[in-house]
Design a protein around this ligand. Structure first.
Ligand code: ZN
Length: 265
């Protein structure tokens, strides 16, 4: 049976610039209402003590960017954890501490910076601003369609969870730039197979980390795509620099079009 606390199953820290770490999370599945809990991040120089408050967060968002990090001075002593407090009982849960998976690397950070410029530069950039909706893989079960006894979703076109079985289906949108006119041959990734229709691929930088099932919306064109197939990462020293996505465009009748009206986080 469900326990009375909400737990985090994954806390991930990735460097996105010389001074920024992106901290992202996923929750364990639960039947508890997230409305009855408060969520915050804490950071420390040591894994097991000295934690101080970093920020309150909303469980509707996927990640938080800590822009107060001197990465090349202090990354060895960067730890973060999530605290979740039941507002009725004051009972508190603290996640396992997380730190960067791989040592931040100057060359990788520089390549990420250049990737961002080539996408986002207002004059010369080849990217367009879009909203990315990360699909939930945990958290509060859908209140509309999830059957507690059968332990599965009982509707096919649930407009609350979009078939994910988790409340809301997707995290709040993150703004990111995508290049949809990808020339695969010039990217050194020709081993990923033949390019299909050109409009079906896109490149983005390393934030947020994207997986199959996530949704990209171009609100200016009113178009929505789902990420299909594996995401191809271009890495340097184990850091993701770029992500190459295969996309499937959604029909206008798709329930995923409802995501267009959601605001960015
Ligand atoms: Zn549902």
């Amino acid at each position: 049976m469900p326990s009375e606390i909400i737990a985090v199953n994954k806390l991930l820290v990735i460097p996105i610039s010389k001074s920024e770490f992106a901290i992202s999370w996923e929750f364990e599945p639960t039947f508890l209402s997230f409305d009855n809990f408060k969520f915050s991040l804490e950071k420390s120089n040591a894994p097991h003590d000295g934690y101080e408050f970093l920020a309150n967060i909303s469980p509707k968002s996927k990640s938080y960017i800590d822009s107060d990090v001197a990465i090349f001075k202090f990354w060895k002593s960067y730890y973060v954890r999530m605290r979740i407090v039941n507002t009725a009982t004051n009972e508190s849960y603290v996640s396992e501490p997380a730190t960067v998976e791989h040592p931040p690397n100057l060359e990788a950070i520089e390549l990420i910076r250049r990737c961002k410029i080539s996408l986002e530069n207002p004059r010369y950039g080849n990217g367009v601003p879009c909203k990315i909706f990360i699909r939930k893989e945990g958290g509060q079960r859908c209140t509309e369609c999830f059957d507690v006894i059968k332990r599965r979703s009982t509707k096919t076109n649930c407009i609350n969870c979009y078939g994910t079985s988790y409340d809301g289906g997707f995290y709040e949108a993150i703004d990111a730039y995508f290049n949809f006119s990808v020339d695969i041959k010039n990217m050194g990734v020709s081993d990923i197979g033949n390019a299909t229709r050109s409009g079906n691929r896109a490149i983005t930088c390393n934030y947020p980390i994207i997986k199959p099932g996530d949704v990209i919306a171009d609100t200016r064109l009113n178009r929505v795509w789902t990420v299909s197939g594996e995401v191809q990462n271009i890495e340097r020293r184990r850091h993701i620099i770029k992500q190459v996505l295969s996309l499937e465009e959604e029909e206008r009748t798709s329930i995923l079009f409802a995501l267009l009206s959601r605001k960015a986080s």
